[in-house]
Design a protein around this ligand. Structure first.
Ligand SMILES: Cc1ncc(C[n+]2csc(CCOP(=O)(O)OP(=O)(O)O)c2C)c(N)n1
Ligand code: SF4
Length: 298
C-alpha cells in the first residue's frame, strides 16, 4: 500500500463520478478555488451530492453536510448562527443546490434566509431540470425544452430567480456562466464577501440532460449568452450592472441547434422562439437599466 497524499491540487478530487463534460463539475472546481477551505458547504440531493459523497467517501476537502432538498438555506442559517455564537465570523457558509432544489423545492427556505438577512452564500447551479432523478422538468426548464415530464416541450417560461432575490433587497445577487471565467470568479468573490445573504445563479450546461456532445459544454455556455438566452448581470447593494450586452445577438440555432432537448421543434417554432428570446433580451435589459434610475427622474 502506498499513501495517497496531496494528490490533487485544489479542494476537489481529481476524479469524480460526474458525466463527461459536466458543467457542474467545472463550476464546483472554480467555486472551491475561490471560497477556499475555511468554508462549510451544505448540499441537498441532486447531482451536486456526488461531491458531498457517499459513506466515508467525499470529493471535497472541506467540511460539509448533505441536507434535504427543502431546507438547504435553513441549514445554512443554522450553521451561521452557531458559528456567530462561537464568535466565528470568518468561516463562509455556502449552500450549493440545483435548480429543482432552489427554484421549486427549497424556495421557501431560501426566501426565509434572505428575508432574515442571514449572512450565507447560496449558489444555484442551473442545469435546467431535475437531472439526478432522470431529467424531469423544473420551473427553471426553459420554454420549449423536452424533458421526461415535458416530452413535447415545456409550455411555461423559466422562473426568474434573480427577480425573486432582488425583491428581498439582499446585498448581492448575480447570474453567472462558464462563458466568462473571470466574471464568474469575480462574482464568487463578491458573493463570499457580502455582508448578508448572497445568491449566484449559474447557468450549467449538462450534456446528459440537454443531449449534446460532452465536448460542447463551454461552447454552449458561450452560445447561451451570445444568443440572449442567458443574461449576465449583477445586483450589488441596490445597483444593477449588465455584464454582457452583445451588440448583435447570434442566431438562436447556434445554441438550441446543438441540443437534443430542442430537436422536436419545427422550423416555425424555432423562428418564433428566436423572435421571443431577442425581444425579451432587449426588453429585459432595458428594464434592468431603468431600475437603476431614481424614481423621481423616470
Ligand atoms: C422533497 C424531495 N423530493 C424529491 C426528492 C428526490 N430527488 C432527489 S435528487 C432530485 C433531483 C434534484 O434536482 P436539482 O435540484 O435540479 O439538481 P440536479 O439533480 O439537477 O443536479 C430529486 C427530485 C427528494 N430527495 N426530496
Ligand atoms: S446529469 Fe448533467 S449535471 Fe448531472 S452529473 Fe451528468 S452532466 Fe453533470
Amino acid at each position: 500500500m502506498y499513501e495517497i497524499k496531496h494528490q490533487s491540487r485544489g479542494l476537489v478530487s481529481h476524479g469524480t463520478t460526474a458525466c463527461a463534460g459536466c458543467g457542474l463539475e467545472l463550476i464546483m472546481r472554480k467555486v472551491m478555488d475561490v471560497v477556499g477551505e475555511d468554508t462549510i458547504i451544505v448540499i441537498p440531493p441532486g447531482c451536486s451530492a456526488l461531491f458531498s459523497g457517499f459513506g466515508k467517501e467525499t470529493n471535497l476537502k472541506i467540511a460539509g453536510v448533505q441536507m434535504n432538498l427543502e431546507n438547504t438555506a435553513a441549514c445554512c442559517s443554522g450553521i451561521r448562527a452557531a458559528l456567530d455564537a462561537q464568535g466565528n465570523t470568518h468561516t463562509t457558509v455556502l449552500g450549493f443546490a440545483g435548480d429543482g432544489g432552489t427554484l421549486d423545492i427549497g424556495l421557501q427556505a431560501l426566501s426565509g434566509a434572505f428575508e432574515r438577512g442571514d449572512r450565507i452564500m447560496y449558489i444555484c447551479y442551473d442545469n435546467e431540470a431535475y437531472m439526478n432523478t432522470g431529467i424531469q422538468g423544473s420551473s427553471a426548464t426553459p420554454y420549449g425544452a423536452s424533458t421526461t415530464t415535458t416530452p413535447g416541450g415545456k409550455r411555461q417560461p423559466k422562473k426568474d430567480l434573480m427577480m425573486i432575490a432582488m425583491a428581498h433587497h439582499i446585498p448581492y445577487a448575480a447570474t453567472a456562466s462558464l462563458q466568462n471565467l473571470n466574471d464568474l470568479k469575480k462574482k464568487i468573490e463578491k458573493a463570499k464577501n457580502a455582508q448578508g445573504p448572497s445568491l449566484l445563479h449559474i447557468h450549467t450546461p449538462c450534456p446528459t440532460g440537454w443531449r449534446f456532445h460532452s465536448s460542447l459544454s463551454i461552447e454552449l455556455a458561450r452560445a447561451a449568452v451570445r444568443t440572449g438566452s442567458w443574461i449576465l448581470y449583477e445586483y450589488e447593494n441596490g445597483k444593477i450592472t449588465i455584464n454582457s450586452k452583445p451588440k448583435e445577438l447570434q442566431p438562436l440555432e447556434t445554441y438550441i441547434g446543438k441540443q437534443g432537448r430542442f430537436r422536436h421543434l419545427s422550423q416555425e417554432q424555432r423562428d418564433a422562439m428566436e423572435k421571443e428570446i431577442k425581444e425579451n433580451f432587449y426588453a429585459y435589459t432595458s428594464m434592468l437599466e431603468r431600475m437603476n434610475v431614481p424614481v423621481e427622474t423616470v
